[in-house]
Design a protein around this ligand. Structure first.
Ligand code: NAG
Ligand code: NAG
Ligand code: NAG
Ligand code: ZN
Length: 558
């Protein structure tokens, strides 16, 4: 079914005017929702503007239909930020998508947003959102842009900056004065080339620009379709130039097979990613954008489904970004919420060391990542994170620590992730860790573990399983054992255990953590909810980890 949508350029705090206008249009047009690109609030420095904000917050300015907005190039007013932090919405019907966010509306329309301007690669902000306030930042990083690839496709993309090269091949007139043209960013081009949105909206303060629609080359997955993108840049609201654009969209309509007249080839240069291909267009939004049934409703009037709720999707604006410690090209690393060991448990580390390795791709298992190339590169990068973690803990502990990494891979799962935990090397070498997994499985009448060959490519493991890698670390030399200084470290040994599961088998998702808790005598912290930390403590641990991991973090090499 088609839905009517209206999109507006920067509003710059003319809230009463814009929502009165929208209410009038809405009475006749019955839009499904509105989107505001650019700055909704502007500088918010004058008294008039401050009154407008008060009016919005105290209900005297009414938002007539569900309206979404992101960040432009100006910071959101503090009062608005505080309101969003408290209630998730500014006022009834007005929703913040985050600087980087995705959303599937109740009409089934998928929206992806990247607000702000690209931060320079030297400043701190070149790293992705590093704490909860990141979603309000007016700069984004290339990693933020890359994080949107994980959503695979979109109906509507909104960005505050233009994609690089967008004017190429277009005959549409632009202002003579080139200084009026907005900044273009390569990573915005890459997002467009990857998500192939049907509509891409951006802003250009003083003028309106609608490029000829352009088509993307067909993909292997869908060789017959030539997806079209319409790029539209809106002027600011309240001026003489066109600042509003209404259209109908049917998210289920198939992309055209032939190229309509007036359409050009894609002006966007080939995406600059570290690997060759990009994930082909595919439908995977539906899972993490499921309606948020369990989220407490703060108001009676039911808003449309809010931003996606997958815990592990980087594009979920509600993600605990202050836990993220590294973002690669296919996967990222975070500290665990409610870590099993407290931060003084491993004195050599000074942080809990309980980590999660999570792919960008929203897939329940590695094998279910549809594109073979993405599947392999994702698995390889996850392994690369694991090796880097191994190196770090070996160096910091002088070889006293090994590590255990486990995963529950089930077709019925939500988003695959690996849990990583340091483990005293002597427990591993003494066989205690392996035994602990086997005993616990036996006690629960689980199927038996099988050892798999370390050389098998785990990315193609079939079916449902629980897998654990037990890595001993190179054996430490005790003092004086090798007086001649020819200390030879014994090689690290790794054992992989696999417990195959049938799809309907009831398997305790906390199995791995439980075994670890018993081994480390941390039974009291077995349940992560009994190990939760204050925000500051979480942030402190993530910071301490990042500092220690810096030397080993390949995502920082450029
Ligand atoms: C809301 O705020 C506006 C602007 O400050 C003010 O004029 C108005 O009286 C307020 N309305 C209510 C109901 O508090
Ligand atoms: C969040 O991170 C940004 C940049 O990374 C920093 O400027 C800001 O002070 C941080 N905020 C908090 C509350 O730590
Ligand atoms: C086996 O499981 C039971 C409860 O399920 C528990 O009380 C017992 O301590 C377990 N035994 C071992 C050896 O872990
Ligand atoms: Zn996900």
């Amino acid at each position: 079914m088609s839905s009517k949508i209206i999109v507006l350029g920067s509003v710059n705090c003319q809230l009463q005017a814009v929502f009165t206008k929208l209410a009038k249009l809405q009475a006749k047009q019955n839009f499904a929702f509105a989107i505001i690109v650019g700055n909704l609030f502007g500088d918010s420095s004058t008294e008039t503007e401050l009154n407008e904000i008060s009016g919005l917050l105290n209900g005297s300015i009414n938002v007539p239909l569900p309206t979404y907005f992101t960040v432009g190039d100006k910071p959101l007013p503090t009062r608005i930020v505080e309101k969003i932090e408290a209630d998730d919405e500014v006022c009834p019907n007005l929703y913040f998508l985050g600087k980087r966010g995705t959303l599937k509306t109740s009409e089934g329309i998928r929206i992806a947003a990247l607000g702000g301007t690209l931060g320079s690669s030297t400043d701190a902000q070149s790293k992705p959102e590093s704490n909860a306030s990141g979603k309000f930042q007016t700069t984004y990083s290339e990693s933020d842009a890359r994080a949107l690839y994980g959503t695979h496709s979109a109906d509507i993309l909104i960005t505050n900056q233009w994609p690089k090269g967008i004017r190429f091949g277009s005959k549409v007139d632009l202002p003579e004065d080139k200084s009026l043209l907005p900044a273009e960013a390569q990573c915005v081009s890459d997002i467009v080339a990857t998500l192939k949105p049907r509509y891409h909206f951006s802003v250009s303060d003083g003028f309106f620009y609608e490029r000829e629609p352009f088509f993307h080359m067909p993909t292997e997955d869908n060789p017959d379709a030539k997806p079209l993108t319409r790029f539209i840049s809106l002027a600011s609201f309240g001026g003489k130039q066109k600042a509003m654009y209404a259209f109908s969209i049917d998210p289920k309509a198939a992309p055209p097979i032939t190229v309509p007249a007036g359409v050009t080839a894609s002006p966007l240069s080939a995406p600059q990613t570290k690997r060759k291909g990009l994930p082909p267009q595919r439908e995977s939004f539906h899972r993490f954008a499921a309606p948020e049934e369990d989220r407490p409703r703060k108001r009676q009037r039911a808003p449309p489904p809010g931003p996606g709720e997958c815990f592990f999707c980087l594009a979920n604006p509600n993600l605990a970004t202050h836990l993220i410690t590294s973002i690669g090209s296919e996967a990222y690393l975070t500290t665990a919420k409610g870590p099993l060991p407290p931060n003084n448990y491993f004195p050599d580390l000074g942080f809990p060391g309980h980590m999660l390795i999570i792919p960008f791709s929203h897939s329940p298992t590695i094998t279910s990542i549809p594109d073979p190339e993405t599947r392999t590169s994702t698995y390889n990068e996850m392994q690369r994170y694991r090796s880097s973690l191994h190196q770090m803990i070996t160096d910091r502990s002088g070889g006293k620590l090994g590590a255990v990494t486990w995963e529950v891979s089930r077709g019925s799962g939500i988003h695959i992730h690996w849990q990583f935990l340091p483990m005293p090397s002597d427990l591993i070498r003494g066989g205690l860790v392996e035994a602990a997994f086997k005993v616990e499985a036996e006690n629960l009448s689980y199927p038996r573990f099988t050892a798999t060959s370390a050389s098998s490519d785990g990315s193609t493991e079939p079916g449902d399983f629980f897998r654990v890698w037990i890595w001993s670390g190179p054996q430490a030399q005790s003092e004086g054992e090798k007086p001649d200084g020819e200390a030879e470290k014994s090689e690290a040994v790794e054992k992989t255990l696999l417990l195959e599961l049938t799809p309907d088998f009831r398997f305790d998702l906390q199995f791995g953590r439980r075994v670890m808790a018993k081994l480390l005598e941390l039974d009291k912290r077995m349940n992560w909810k009994d190990a939760t930390q204050a925000y500051e403590e979480e942030e402190g641990d993530a910071k301490a980890f990042k500092e220690a991991f810096k030397k080993y973090d390949f995502s920082l090499e450029e």
